[in-house]
Design a protein around this ligand. Structure first.
Ligand SMILES: [Zn+2]
Length: 141
């Protein structure tokens, strides 16, 4: 991924910026320029409203990852979950600050920003959102 694209996406992820259709009120993340639900009527073109996700959601489904992707070797096992945000969109992210065995469907979580991985020695540090149980305060990255 190019540096420019990385930063564009990072800014969007930091903000949890989404878009909302003024007609059917569906919220999309990442934001969409057109509502696919209303696309037949073309009414949503240029009318999508920017909005912010609250970061609150519930675990919809999850999997415990034992074999890490490159750059994540230090973190296995970890929990990767689909989280249904309170506004409706489904986000995929790591669940942190909880034992994998404690994660269950319906667990209330809150997004927080964490270091995702570091490229090389003293290299670029990538940040993004992860989810922690809503019942406890997120720790510093
Ligand atoms: Zn719509």
């Amino acid at each position: 991924m190019s540096v420019a694209r990385f930063w564009r996406e990072t800014l969007r992820r930091y903000n949890l910026g989404a878009s909302k259709c003024p007609d059917c009120e569906t919220v999309f993340f990442p934001p969409r320029p057109v509502c696919p639900r209303c696309a037949v009527h073309r009414k949503s073109i240029a009318k999508m409203e920017p909005c912010q996700l609250s970061g609150h959601g519930k675990v919809y489904s999850y999997t415990i990852v034992h074999e890490a992707a490159d750059g994540f070797e230090m973190q296995v096992p970890y929990v990767l979950a689909m989280v249904q945000m309170s506004e409706g969109p489904m986000l995929t992210g790591q669940i942190v600050d909880v034992e994998p065995s404690q994660v269950k469907e319906g667990l209330e979580v809150k997004a927080s920003f964490r270091k995702l991985r570091e490229e090389g020695e003293g290299g670029v540090i990538h940040y993004g959102y992860k989810f922690a149980p809503a019942s406890q305060a997120p720790k510093a990255p």
